[in-house]
Structures are given as structure tokens and as C-alpha cells.
Design a protein around this ligand. Structure first.
Ligand code: CU
Length: 322
């Protein structure tokens, strides 16, 4: 077996991580599984031994020697699981603290807006390698939400309370950017990010609860509407993406009819290419054109749009197919 396949076997089904956080989580997962397997083999072994050998034998009148009420043994099998749990808890806290770490001034801050049933990505703030900083945020076109207790006007009349209709329409927590990439049923949104750079993701949903999941980040987080009111931590960071490439992303929260179509792609490019890409977008190029300008495929390569016409996939379509 090559070293590579041992490493793959040790991941126990997880994809290869492309961020330091993903690798830490994968290590935690690997050794947790190893610990569970050792415990499992011990328990299965003892169970098998008990039912097979430690039993009344033919021709003997008595049960085998009974070992109940053995105080040292009982103390041991109370203490050992506690030690195992303590070690797992400690290792989890160490990794979780790393994964949730936020540092000021990440190189790129992207806002992620989930909606039924696609994604919109926008660049809030970008710092290039030479230190040049761009603030690309744009005011929310939907205005701001009244403060609690502030009267709201609706059809010329003052109305109060959260259920006046108008209140619910306001999505003032959503972020907007001068450079946005939005998916459609015909096109998978491709989010272009630089390698070797700290990246922050700000998540928000325009409607129901979604979940932002990139298998190769070994990370997902629910995407909520009204993140503050829903008491959700809607920001997270990654230390870096350690290689260039395309990584598929998915919605991991059942969010309605076309939930399964909510795929997107992360395209990690070198920091120099990223700067060229952003400059091309600033110059008016759309996402595909800006990607092609840096020698990248203009469309997603890890996943493709689904056919949204449900009837096209039913029996009647089979009948028509000849
Ligand atoms: Cu969704």
C-alpha cells in the first residue's frame, strides 16, 4: 500500500481537506474512529467470548465462575469510559476553537446569500498581496428595518408590531456588493477565491434556513434569515485554501422543492490571478469572462445545472422519447 492510500483509508470516507481547519477536523475524526474501533473490537471480543466459551459446559453441573460484584473491575469500567470521554472532549474543544477562530482583517470577506434555490456571492472587502484594499460593499436597496417600537407606515396609516406585513418584507440584514455572482437554474454560481489567504464568509438567507457546505472544507453552517434575531453565529473564517482547484459546494439543509439543485463551486486561484479576476470584474466583465481572462474555465466544472422541468423526467417523457 502506498502512503497515499493509507492516508485515504485513515480518513474513513471523508474527502481530502484543502484548509488547515479541514485537516485538523479530519485528524480528530480519524483518531476518534480508531478509538471507537478499538473499543468496539474489545466489546465484540468479550461478547463473543462470553457467549461462546464462558458458559455452562456439557457434563458439568455448574455455571462457570461468576465475576459479579468485583469492585476493582467495576471501578475500572466506570473510570475508563470517563477518561475516554475526557480525552475526546479535550481534543474536540482544541479543534473546535481553531475552526471557529476569527482574526481581524481577513484578506477577503465574502457575503453568501442563500435563497430558494440558489446562491449569490458578493465581495465585501478585498486586500491584495501588495496591500491594496478594496471596499466593494453596496447599500442595501431594500432600506432599513424600523427599530423596535418605531411606528411603521403602511398605506398611509401607522401600524405597529412585527406582523404588520411590511415588517416581514424588509431584508435589511442582507449584504450587497459591487461584484456579485448569482446562480440561476441555467448556471452554477462559481465563487472565485485566492489561495494562501485568510477568508471570511458572512452568511445570510433571504428566505428559509439553508446550509452552506463545502465537503473539502469539512465544514457546513446553517444559513438563517435574520441571523441576529435567530441567535446564529453567521460568520466564519478559514486560514487559507492550500491549493488551486475547483471544489463543489452544496446546500445541506432541506429547504424546499429544488433543494438538491443548490450547488455551487469554489474556484481557488493564485493570489495574482485573483487580483486580475477582481480587476476584470471591476472593468465590467461578467464572471465567466473574468474567469476566462485568467485562463480558467468560465463555468463550473465540479457540478452541472439540473433540469428543472420535472415533467421531463416522468413516465410521459419516457413515452415521448422515441
Ligand atoms: Cu437550500
Amino acid at each position: 500500500m502506498s502512503g497515499c492510500s493509507v492516508e485515504e483509508a485513515m480518513r474513513f470516507g471523508w474527502p481530502e481537506g484543502v484548509t488547515p481547519e479541514a485537516r485538523d477536523m479530519t485528524t480528530l475524526w480519524s483518531w476518534s474512529v480508531v478509538a471507537a474501533l478499538i473499543m468496539g473490537i474489545l466489546v465484540w471480543g468479550l461478547t463473543f467470548w462470553t457467549i461462546t466459551f464462558h458458559r455452562k459446559k456439557e457434563g458439568t453441573p455448574d455455571f462457570p465462575r461468576q465475576t459479579g460484584y468485583n469492585v476493582p473491575l467495576e471501578l475500572m469500567y466506570t473510570a475508563v469510559p470517563f477518561v475516554i470521554i475526557a480525552i475526546l472532549f479535550y481534543a474536540t474543544v482544541v479543534v473546535q476553537t481553531k475552526v471557529e477562530k476569527m482574526e481581524p482583517n481577513p484578506a477577503v470577506t465574502v457575503d453568501v446569500t442563500a435563497f430558494q434555490w440558489n446562491w449569490r456571492f458578493g465581495y465585501q472587502q478585498v486586500t491584495f498581496q501588495d496591500g491594496e484594499q478594496l471596499n466593494l460593499s453596496k447599500p442595501n436597496p431594500y432600506g432599513t428595518q424600523p427599530k423596535p417600537g418605531e411606528p411603521i407606515e403602511q398605506d398611509g396609516k401607522e401600524v405597529h408590531g412585527p406582523n404588520n406585513g411590511k415588517f416581514q418584507e424588509i431584508r435589511d440584514y442582507l449584504q450587497f456588493s459591487k461584484i456579485e455572482t448569482q446562480g440561476s437554474s441555467a448556471e452554477i454560481p462559481v465563487l472565485v477565491l485566492p489561495t494562501q489567504s485568510r477568508i471570511q464568509f458572512d452568511l445570510a438567507s433571504a428566505d428559509v434556513v439553508h446550509s452552506f457546505y463545502i465537503p473539502q472544507f469539512a465544514f457546513k453552517r446553517d444559513v438563517m434569515p435574520n441571523p441576529v434575531q435567530n441567535h446564529t453565529n453567521n460568520k466564519f473564517q478559514i486560514t487559507e485554501i492550500d491549493r488551486t482547484g475547483s471544489f463543489v459546494g452544496r446546500c445541506a439543509e432541506m429547504c424546499g422543492d429544488y433543494h438538491s439543485m443548490m450547488n455551487f463551486e469554489i474556484r481557488a486561484v493564485s493570489p495574482a490571478d485573483f487580483e486580475k479576476y477582481i480587476k476584470a470584474r471591476q472593468g465590467g466583465a461578467d464572471n465567466a469572462a473574468a474567469l476566462q481572462a485568467i485562463g480558467q474555465p468560465g463555468k463550473a466544472v465540479t457540478t452541472a445545472p439540473f433540469d428543472t422541468r420535472r415533467l421531463a423526467r416522468t413516465a410521459s417523457a419516457v413515452g415521448e422519447s422515441n
